[in-house]
Ligand binder design. Structure first.
Ligand code: TXA
Ligand code: MG
Length: 357
């Protein structure tokens, strides 16, 4: 009974008159759930001020309730409705990167229910750069709490079909606005400590943030598996995430060593294995993959265009599930720029299992 409606991502003025946008807003206002596109991934939206609606999100996703939601707004000034004690650095960042793939963590106002903030006294806020998303928020007249619209633990959805796979029958409506632009979730930066702290890397890169803030700390949960008493600042970063069903390993080292290692792994195996590589290297596996039907060689994109790799990443991980592969070996990438987000998602998908060759 999930309603699916296709909408062109057109002029925002035209979207206001769109009856499907109105229907989506009516569902949100009455406490229901609507999945919609943003520029990063598809989100699963509900009224951020309605405790019961936020709870429905956790149920539909199968998400632990201590993992807070991001509150989406349609104008910068709406941030004052949900957050207080806002530092100056927020305005510098918002001016540069909003609307866009950046989420800021601020001190929350009491109006934000615990169900939305996961019981924290802070709230994550984002102004998405997608006309459909902003039109729904505006028409609803409330900020919209929206995590990624996947079942908890599965790769985030970059296409409406991914949302349908995970959410059909569990939510009221899916707005199909085509594929998203970026393909990995927003950058999260915590502005509640003296030094802004990067909690999740995304398309607003660490280098870009450092351009605006004097100094940026990086939460250790981004880089490695936390041990013992280390606690991640973004609760979501502690879960094994984006995980395909297969046992995945990341292979890291210089190019020729990595390729040699990958070929060695697949040559003598009868298991169903996926190798995640790049356009430039795909040919090198042709002989093996044409002889052995148990080897699937998938390109994440061009190594010359890391944005293409970010864009394809979650779709390829979902493809691995569809193919039923048992093992995934993936190449590694340079961690500069958007590479940091790519490597963070790959590391999480691999449960931080990295083979250094
Ligand atoms: O690009 C995105 O951000 C997408 C689209 C839909 O906007 N949304 C998204 O939401 O990725 P979600 O729920 O999948 O990820 C939200 C992350 C989680 O890791 C959560 O722990 C963290 O944000 N988070 C939310 N509120 C927080 C807070 N107050 N402090 C620290 N981390 C927070
Ligand atoms: Mg998510």
């Amino acid at each position: 009974e999930t309603i699916v409606k296709k909408i062109d991502n057109k002029d925002i003025d035209k979207l206001y008159q769109d009856e499907d946008i109105r229907l989506a807003a009516d569902i949100i206002k009455s406490g229901g759930l609507v999945a919609f596109p943003t520029e990063t991934v598809y989100g699963l939206g509900a009224d951020a001020f309605m405790e019961e609606a936020a709870k429905k999100i956790y149920a539909a996703k199968g998400r632990p309730s201590d993992n807070p939601l991001i509150v989406h707004i349609s104008e910068i000034r709406e941030v004052d409705d949900i957050a207080e004690c806002i530092p100056d650095i927020f305005y510098s960042l918002a001016k540069k990167y909003w609307p866009g793939p950046m989420t800021v963590v601020l001190k929350k106002r009491n109006i934000v229910p615990d169900a939305t903030s996961g019981g924290l006294d802070t709230v994550a806020v984002r102004l998405p750069d997608n006309n459909i998303a902003r039109a729904i928020i505006k028409e609803s007249g409330v900020p919209i709490a929206a995590p990624s619209a996947n079942t908890s633990g599965r790769p985030s959805p970059t296409k409406a079909i991914h949302v349908l796979e995970d959410m059909n029958g569990k939510i009221d409506m899916i707005i199909d606005g085509g594929t998203v632009g970026i393909g990995v979730e927003s950058t999260i930066i915590d502005l509640t400590s003296d030094i802004p702290t990067l909690l999740r890397p995304g398309a607003v890169t660490l280098e870009m943030l450092e351009n605006t803030c004097k100094r940026v700390d990086v939460d250790p949960a981004i880089e490695h598996l936390l041990t013992g008493n280390e606690v991640p600042k973004a609760p979501g970063m502690k879960y094994k995430h984006y995980a395909p069903k297969a046992d995945m390993k990341l292979v890291r080292g210089n190019e020729s060593d990595v390729l040699k290692y990958l070929k060695g792994q697949i040559q003598n195996s009868d298991r169903l294995i996926a190798v995640l590589t790049v356009d430039e290297h795909k040919d090198m596996f042709d002989t093996v993959s044409s002889e052995k039907l148990n080897i699937k060689v998938l390109s994440l994109g061009s190594s010359k265009n890391p944005e293409s790799i970010a864009y394809n990443l979650f779709d390829i991980l979902r493809k691995c599930d569809e193919l039923g592969v048992e093992y995934i070996f993936s190449e590694s990438f340079d961690e500069r720029g958007i590479g940091k987000a790519i490597m963070n998602r790959l590391k999480k998908a691999a449960g931080f299992e990295i083979i250094d060759v």
